[in-house]
Design a protein around this ligand. Sequence first.
Ligand SMILES: NC(=O)c1ccc[n+]([C@@H]2O[C@H](COP(=O)([O-])OP(=O)(O)OC[C@H]3O[C@@H](n4cnc5c(N)ncnc54)[C@H](O)[C@@H]3O)[C@@H](O)[C@H]2O)c1
Length: 391
Amino acid sequence: MKICIIGSGYVGLVSGTCFSELGNNVICVDNNKQKIENLKKGVIPIFEPGLEELIIRNVKQKRLNFSTDVNNSIRNSDIIFICVGTPTNKNSNKANLKYVYKVVSDIKKNLNKYKIIVTKSTVPVTTGDQIEKILESKNKIKFDVVSNPEFLREGEAIRDFMYPDRVVIGTNSKKANNIMKNLYLPLIKKKNRYFHTTRRAAELDNRIGDRFLRAGPGYGGSCFPKDTSALVSTSKQFKTNLSIVKSVINSNKSRYKILLNKINKIMKNKLKSKNITFLGVTFKPGTDDMREATSLKLIPYLINKGSNVSYYEPTGIKSNFNNNKVKYINNIKDACKKADLIIIHTEWNEFKQLNLKKISNKKNYKIYDLRNLYSPEKMKEHKVSYFSIGR
Ligand SMILES: NC(=O)c1ccc[n+]([C@@H]2O[C@H](COP(=O)([O-])OP(=O)(O)OC[C@H]3O[C@@H](n4cnc5c(N)ncnc54)[C@H](O)[C@@H]3O)[C@@H](O)[C@H]2O)c1
């Protein structure tokens, strides 16, 4: 199968690489020249466990290629996956679909034979209908527009792709469904994980499970915040009041304030000149993604209050704080040794077995565990001044 992936970010690069690993011929396209140049040299733009090895292997086997030439890549392919970003529109909270529609206009120009156009980007319900209308308006050539929502989690993306909970394909076309089923066959063969539904239903599909329901400082990242806002916007269009989703958004927005209150309480409102160390600053483990991370709200507040803030982060220094008062320290031991307060912000595995009893030289140092990695009873036994979430 000849596959063209347009948008080689988290979703596009992971999907394209995995499809090539399954034996398909894949071209990953991006309009960011630097990104494509780097990928051609084997420089991977994101940190994602296992991705680099897969890219190198499949490039070597000539199954995986990178290009900025969107026109030829579309013309030479049977299936085109749209994987560009759909950020929140600043003024309206709606999903901004300009990148998606730019790709659709490129496809329209280059529709030279039957193709399947797949939206993997997260788009509001009925976007597939709009894409179909645009493509129909000029072409006599047959095509199908399919919705194939992506559920991968950054940090576990390769595993999520190769061992999916489910593959959802939304289309009314028997032909497109057969082709998509064949494409995913190696992943779904053993278990009944292929769900064929209508395109609109697939655009609405959601995944809520216990893996997402853990103690934490609120959700962040590139998906949940923007997708919940877009969902509320779409519901307005359909005159439906999604009050639960609205409450979730509001609760998440103010979550960091609750954490700041608690930090003040733990430190008895004495934050000035206190050494505060963050363990992890990314929004979740397994990724270097800082988008909407709670640390971006907590750290500036603490700096403002006169605390000396430092952090250790397994994926290295971050430029996001834009403040030379925040210090990156490249190992846990040195990061924590003078801490008055240690905040476990992200649940990286390397934070799960720390000797918290001896982690700081300071008398009466405190630990605030935002991920509930440790047992309060054990901490009490060890006489560690330990605070966690909701217990
Ligand atoms: N990141 C995730 O974990 C995740 C999970 C599920 C779904 N999604 C959804 O998938 C979509 C993509 O997300 P992402 O995180 O991969 O985004 P991203 O920002 O990492 O990547 C998007 C890429 O598209 C490229 N691009 C934009 N316009 C282009 C064009 N006209 N031609 C070629 N390339 C173009 C950008 O340069 C960028 O490299 C979004 O809709 C997102 O909501 C993301």
